[in-house]
Design a protein around this ligand. Structure first.
Ligand SMILES: NC(=O)NC1=NC(=O)NC1=O
Length: 174
C-alpha cells in the first residue's frame, strides 16, 4: 500500500476517498486529515478509533444512528450506500424470504425501541444465521453494553472499508 500517495491527497481527495469509511460520517475523515502524514494504514485506523472514542455517549449513539438497518427500509428502497449494499448483500440480507424479512424487521424494531439506536454488526464477518442469532442475544444486554458492542462493530466495518479502499485504490487513484 502506498501510504505516501494517501499522504499526498488534497483534503477534498482524501474525504472523497475515505468519507464513508464510517457510514455517513465524513466528519471523521475530515477531522483525521489533520494528522497526516500517516505512517501506515494502522495509523489511519488509530486516528479513526481515537475520534470515535473521544465522542460522548450521545455522540456515539449519533454515530450508530447513521447506520442503515440490516434488511431494512434502505435496502428495500435501494437507498443504501454502495458500501452498505455490498456488505449487506454479502451477508445474505438481499436473499431473505418473506418470513426472514419479517423476523429481521421485528427484531430490529424491538432492538431500536429498547436502545434508541439500530442493531449494528459487521455484516462482512457474519452470515444471516449469525446476524439473527447475535441480534436475538444482544437484545438482552443493557444500553451501555450494547453501545460499546455496536461501536466495536462500527470499528470492524470501517477497518474493512479502509483496507478495501486502499487495496482497490492502488489500481485507480493512489
Ligand atoms: N445495521 C448494520 O449493521 N448495518 C450494516 N452493517 C454492515 O456491515 N454494513 C451495514 O450497512
Amino acid at each position: 500500500m502506498d501510504i505516501s500517495a494517501v499522504n499526498a491527497l488534497t483534503y477534498e481527495e482524501f474525504v472523497e476517498l475515505f468519507g464513508n469509511v464510517v457510514e455517513k460520517s465524513p466528519i471523521i475523515s475530515a477531522a483525521i486529515w489533520s494528522h497526516r502524514p500517516f505512517k501506515d494504514l494502522t495509523d489511519i485506523e488509530a486516528h479513526i478509533t481515537e475520534f470515535i472514542h473521544s465522542l460522548s455517549d450521545s455522540g456515539k449513539e449519533g454515530l450508530l444512528r447513521c447506520h442503515p438497518d440490516l434488511a431494512g427500509r434502505d435496502l428495500q428502497s435501494g437507498t443504501l450506500t454502495r458500501e452498505s449494499r455490498e456488505e449487506q448483500s454479502q451477508a445474505g440480507m438481499t436473499a431473505l424470504d418473506s418470513a426472514e424479512i419479517l423476523l429481521m424487521h421485528r427484531l430490529n424494531s424491538e432492538y431500536k425501541e429498547r436502545f434508541g439506536f439500530p442493531f449494528i454488526i459487521c455484516a462482512r464477518l457474519n452470515n444471516k444465521a449469525d446476524i439473527v442469532r447475535r441480534l436475538s442475544e444482544r437484545l438482552k444486554n443493557d444500553r451501555a453494553a450494547e453501545r460499546e458492542l455496536a461501536i466495536e462493530e462500527v470499528k470492524k466495518i470501517s477497518s474493512l472499508r479502509l483496507h478495501n479502499i486502499v487495496l482497490s485504490g492502488i489500481q485507480t487513484k493512489l
